[in-house]
Design a protein around this ligand. Structure first.
Ligand code: GLV
Ligand code: MN
Ligand code: MN
Length: 417
């Protein structure tokens, strides 16, 4: 298929990304834009307007996913209700995160749609642009929007949070005027999707070190998430002798170092991280009475994760009043071979070097393959491999090259060639 008439505009993409980065910006150049926070809500409104300006019909579902739809061109005779090719990513950010994680996928998706429309090439399938809610897990376990879309939420998930002072998704949905009891209205059939494509920064150093602007994702690691709960005895920090204490944080510290040692011993193809700690009640002068920590383990090999989880269970079980609570396991998926080939062909025709690789980061694209939706991901390099931090940066020419490949690939899949 000849895609040469599709011309992605780097300036337009850059302006969108820089405009979006103003929502939730911090003085250090990072972002505070957790899902459904005030900054996120402002960003979402701004982006919906940009979607409308690009000719998309925009709606929001019961899970606060933003769905923009472009009908097929009349002359193709294609049905408006035919399965769509969806492009999606997220607008929320990790705490003090960077400007491009998720943002590149939605702004890139928007630019791809604009460039496809402007090319005048008839579009033979509906195209959707999806902004999926709380990919980063500000409320609970992440990839909320894409899992809600396919009825994959775990039991009572919307009422749970990451600690007493953290909002549940139900509370946040209420705050923005949605009824959490209606969350199932967000559910769609996988058969509505002919393909799902996500473009993202690599979030690691591989592409930059190779000097290659486009990564073709072959698979996404399996991510297993847990809480570790540690109970101690709260008491006065001045009057209780050291030998008579049951300090939950001290016990948690032992668990943290032991889990880290176990993960190092597990080998180079698996990682484990305790990334969030809540100490209760949390004061100078109170012996910690409780700790809740998050743990995640990632590997392409699910059996390796199970082995490490068993080691963690042993560590946690050896500490008095500590408990490991599995939350969910997601990912461990492979991208569609035909879509990978379509991306590679698009790269070849544009003369854009590319490299096939596995993603150690999680993405909404993990949700689709187990449902039988052919899925593909395009990476571009990030400067020094940095991500999930304010230093996260890209080169604009790589971003434009990646979006060009995205747009070409969408049309290639649409034409089935
Ligand atoms: C998403 O950023 C993840 O890998 O957790
Ligand atoms: Mn992220
Ligand atoms: Mn992301």
């Amino acid at each position: 298929m000849d895609t040469s008439a599709i011309k992605v505009q780097e300036n337009r993409l850059r302006k969108d990304l820089l405009d979006l980065a103003k929502y939730g910006e911090t003085p250090g150049g990072g972002l505070m834009r957790p899902a459904l926070s005030d900054a996120d809500m402002e960003a979402r409104l701004w982006f919906q307007e940009r979607m409308r300006q690009a000719g998309l019909r925009v709606r929001e579902d019961a899970a606060a996913n933003i769905i923009g739809r472009l009908d097929p061109t009349d002359s193709t005779g294609a049905s408006k209700d035919a399965p769509c090719i969806a492009i999606g990513s997220h607008i929320d950010a990790v705490p003090n995160g960077g400007r491009f994680d998720g943002a590149l996928g939605i702004c890139g998706g928007l630019e791809a749609v604009r460039a496809i429309r402007e090319s005048g090439i008839p579009i033979p399938v509906p195209i959707e642009l999806l902004v999926l809610t709380d990919e980063e897990g500000a409320h609970f376990a992440g990839t909320f929007g894409s899992r809600a879309m396919f009825n994959l939420l775990i039991e009572d998930e919307i009422n749970r949070s990451k600690g007493p002072e953290r909002p549940s998704m139900a509370l946040s949905l209420q705050k923005i005027g949605k009824n959490p009891a209606l969350i199932r209205e967000a559910v769609r059939s996988p058969s509505e999707f002919r393909a799902f494509l996500e473009m993202h920064i690599e979030q690691g150093p591989v592409l930059e070190s190779m000097g290659v602007p486009v990564g073709i994702v072959e698979g996404i690691v399996c991510i297993s998430r847990y809480f570790i709960h540690v109970a101690g005895k709260a008491g006065h920090a001045g009057t209780t002798p050291m030998r008579l204490r049951d300090d939950a944080l001290v016990k948690a510290a032992r668990i943290i170092t032991s889990v880290n040692d176990a993960m190092v011993a597990a080998g180079p193809d698996i990682v484990g991280t305790i990334g969030e700690l809540n100490v209760y009640p949390g004061a100078f002068n109170i012996i910690p009475g409780g700790v809740q920590m998050t743990l995640e383990i990632r590997s392409m090999e699910e059996s390796a994760i199970q082995k490490s989880a068993a080691a963690v269970q042993e560590i946690v079980g050896s500490v008095a009043n500590a408990r490991l609570e599995p939350i969910l396991s997601k990912g461990g998926v492979f991208m569609d071979p035909a879509i990978m080939d379509a991306i590679e062909l698009s790269c070849r025709e544009r003369g854009t070097p590319c490299h096939r690789m596995v993603s150690g980061a999680g993405h909404d694209a993990m949700t689709f393959p187990p449902l039988g939706v052919p899925t593909g991901m395009i990476f571009i390099p990030c400067v020094e491999g940095r991500s999930h931090c304010p230093e996260e940066d890209i080169r604009w020419e790589d971003a434009a090259a990646g979006v060009q490949i995205l747009a070409d690939t969408v049309m290639r899949i649409a034409q089935n060639k």
